[in-house]
Design a protein around this ligand. Structure first.
Ligand SMILES: [Zn+2]
Ligand SMILES: [Zn+2]
Length: 292
């Protein structure tokens, strides 16, 4: 049986790169051109049966379906389910594309928490997605694995994150050979480790038996955004690296994703990127593919 493939279809935080309105060197070159294009984070998962599961519905849906098709060699209109971590902008902006104004897909399985489903149903723009049969809700329960095929299950893991609209989940994808944790957003290590009863990130990843971790790398440091980054949540990568230190034998592969446009990790040649790599960790690329 073929293994499951997981393709990272975007590496940016919700605003993407270039971020609208940014004229700094992270987004605009001296001639007014675009420095780089990075979509908001999403994953394309192709299971052993060839069914395809999209994690997050970003506004770059169309481009991400093309990237994914180039990576797994399948038709870009083959889609069997969509999974959502939470209700913040970059993770849900593309939902409307499934409706009658755009794709008009029928009966796409929507996997999300009950609070996320309530949020979709309460939104006048999204309600017809369900009432007109474009999306077919499959609410999940925290910590209860959902078996997609015998060689792939998904376990939603709750994490604390500005929960004003919906709760927030990470996903643990258990393949036949490896386990991948997808954690694009959380507020702080202190809170996340506290609710999961772990002393440090390494111990938590070990308790989940994660082999690959796609981890919240939104801000490099709390001084980013003129000091405002510290107020917005997300543990800065600098702090995460202090907790992790060097990669040790038995550690998972940790790949930082969900980078804000201002994060120097978007620049592969930055000193910050070199420091992170020297410790043995990785920075997400758009696209990159894992086999689990
Ligand atoms: Zn986000
Ligand atoms: Zn920028």
């Amino acid at each position: 049986m073929a293994a499951t493939s997981v393709t990272l279809l975007g590496t940016a935080q919700d605003g993407g790169v270039p971020q609208p309105g940014c004229i700094n060197e992270c987004c605009m070159d001296p001639h007014g051109g675009v420095v780089r294009t990075r979509h908001p984070v999403a994953l394309g998962v192709t299971d052993a049966r060839g069914d395809r599961h999209l994690f997050e519905a970003t506004r770059a849906l169309s481009a991400q379906l093309s990237l994914w098709a180039a990576a797994d060699g399948r038709q870009l209109n083959k889609l069997d389910s969509v999974w959502l971590t939470h209700g913040h902008l970059g993770h849900v902006e593309g939902l409307g594309q499934f409706g009658c104004e755009a794709w008009g897909i029928q009966n796409l399985a929507l996997h999300c928490s009950k609070s996320m489903l309530d949020f979709v149903k309460a939104n006048p723009m999204w309600r017809p997605l369900i009432s007109d049969g474009h999306l077919s809700p499959n609410p999940f329960d925290t910590d209860v694995p959902v078996e997609i095929v015998p060689s792939l299950s998904v376990t939603p893991i709750q994490v604390p994150h500005r929960d004003e609209h919906t709760d927030t989940h990470a996903f643990l994808l258990a393949g036949e050979n490896r386990r991948l944790l997808f954690l694009p957003d959380h507020d702080s290590w202190e809170m996340t480790l506290d609710i999961h009863g772990a002393d440090d990130p390494r111990a938590w990843f070990r308790s989940l038996r994660a082999d690959i971790v796609l981890l919240d790398g939104t801000f490099w440091s709390s001084s980013e955004l003129g000091g405002k980054a510290g107020e917005i949540g997300h543990p800065p990568v600098k702090e995460t690296l202090e907790l992790l230190d060097n990669r040790r034998r038995g550690d998972p592969q940790i790949i930082f994703i969900h980078m804000n446009h201002s994060n120097p990790l978007h620049d592969e040649k930055s000193a910050e990127s070199a420091h992170l790599r020297a410790l043995g960790w990785e920075i997400g690329r758009q696209p990159m593919t894992f086999t689990i």
